[in-house]
Design a protein around this ligand. Structure first.
Ligand code: NAP
Ligand code: MG
Length: 409
């Protein structure tokens, strides 16, 4: 095809990754991006080999580049465990790159499913995606806890920086053994979370729901509720009203009931534990992990787009043995389109935005035409089963390219 490539002005921060997703990354670039876009990226190889070589400095550099340029796209990466330390002969069990990047950007992760007509959510009335925002800091994930061995008194004590004991409260007078837990959160972290949520709601022009258990937790959860309300009133109310979107706080129990009865199309902000559990429930109910997108949004408006799934290790081992794999590249492609669209919006490049839209549409069209990877074929509704053809990753991407070329011509 002979056409002018779409120009970019600011580079996109490109974070390469590991295993099967690293293989797909290359194919996606070669087949779906480079022929059409004069792709400008600042490349960071977050593959485990490079992380080891640089003592993980590459991850920090990539996160700082994300801060500098504003938009990044990331491939799935291995979070090393003991087995990986052996497999890759690592000098250290490097931390999760996502954790490192999130800590540097101070961001919140938003996860949303990609929907197609032939795969129906388990909840029949869900018609639009439900995006979950999880406050990935503190609470039970950073708690201190132990088993209480015997009868005795448990107290909650706070000593200020000058050494004055300002609070001492009895948690429970134990008459028998039991369990005890102390958890915390910080206003600064809750504020960042709130800013990211309001910001992303405005970006995507969706309602924002937030829920906690403030009726029971009159200080802890109440603080979350009050901070959200204060930030909304101060910084975002006007913009929300202008866009005709709503900020809506409700008790978590009520939120669950409403979410189930809803048709989707909103962002649900959750505390850490609620978000952990609810995001697994929502993603399973929508279909497949391979169709789940993810974006990290920082409170000051930096974005890192990725797929929610991992490096699909089992498929990679099959690939290394020379076997054919049918790994689904959808969420990884949508990470690219999300990042390109955002870059286009920030740099005022309508052609780039339109390219992102067309690439997404070509992906959906491919699936609507019944061409899919194996993970999806089993999920298709019975009426459509006869029209479905399972293909390998390369064939799937080639089918997307055909449709993309047709729509660009
Ligand atoms: P995973 O890579 O998401 O894969 C789990 C299973 O889900 C796969 O075995 C596969 O099932 C299915 N699956 C996931 N994505 C798929 C896709 N695109 N196409 C088709 N099937 C897909 O999770 P994991 O096996 O727990 O983790 C593997 C590695 O990824 C680990 O080293 C972990 O640290 C890393 N990880 C990274 C991230 C990240 O970078 N954001 C997130 C999670 C995990 P079948 O085998 O049944 O086909
Ligand atoms: Mg979970």
């Amino acid at each position: 095809m002979n056409m002018e490539k779409i120009k970019m002005t600011t580079p996109l921060v490109e974070m390469d990754g590991d295993e099967m997703t690293r293989i797909l990354w290359q194919i996606i670039k070669e087949e779906l991006l480079l022929p059409f876009v004069d792709l400008k990226t600042e490349y960071y190889d977050l593959g485990l080999v490079k992380r080891e070589e640089t003592k993980d400095q590459i991850t920090i550099d990539a996160a700082n580049a994300n801060k500098k340029y504003g938009v990044a796209v990331k491939c799935a990466t291995i979070t090393p465990n003991r087995q990986r330390v052996e497999e890759y002969n690592l000098s250290e069990m490097w931390k999760s790159p996502n954790g490192t990047i999130r800590a540097i950007l101070d961001g919140t992760v938003f996860r949303a499913p990609i929907l197609i007509d032939s795969i129906r959510p388990v909840v029949r009335n869900w018609k639009k995606p439900i995006t979950i925002a999880r406050h990935a800091y503190g609470d039970v994930y950073k708690c201190t806890e132990y088993r209480v061995p015997s009868e005795g008194k448990a107290e909650l004590v706070f000593t200020d920086a000058e050494g004055n004991e300002t609070f001492r409260k009895t948690v429970y007078d134990f008459e028998c053994p039991g369990v005890l837990q102390g958890s915390y959160n910080k206003d600064s972290s809750i504020r960042s979370f709130a800013h990211s949520c309001f910001q992303y709601a405005i970006d995507t022009k969706q309602e924002l729901w937030f829920s906690t258990k403030d009726t029971i937790s009159k200080q802890y959860d109440q603080t979350f509720k009050l901070i959200f309300q204060e930030i909304y009133d101060e910084c975002y109310k006007e913009k929300f009203e202008e866009l005709g979107i709503r900020y809506f706080y409700t008790l978590i129990d009520d939120a669950v009931a409403r979410v189930i009865r809803s048709e989707g199309g909103f962002i649900w902000a959750c505390k850490n534990y609620d978000g952990d559990v609810m995001s697994d429930m929502v993603s399973t109910a929508f279909g497949s992990l391979a169709m789940m997108t993810s974006v990290l949004v920082s409170p000051d408006g930096n974005y890192e787009y990725e797929a929610a799934h991992g490096t699909v290790t089992q498929h990679y081992y099959r690939y290394l043995r020379g076997e054919e794999t049918s790994t689904n590249p959808m969420a990884t492609i949508f990470a690219w389109t999300g990042a390109l669209r955002k870059r286009g919006e920030l740099d005022n490049l309508p052609d780039l935005v339109s390219f992102a839209d067309k690439l997404e549409a070509a992906c959906i069209k491919t699936l609507d035409d019944g061409i899919m990877t194996k993970d999806l074929t089993g999920l298709v509704i019975p009426e459509e089963k006869a029209n479905v053809k399972a293909v390998n990753s390369k064939e799937f991407i080639a089918a997307i390219r055909e449709r993309l070329e047709a729509s660009l011509a």
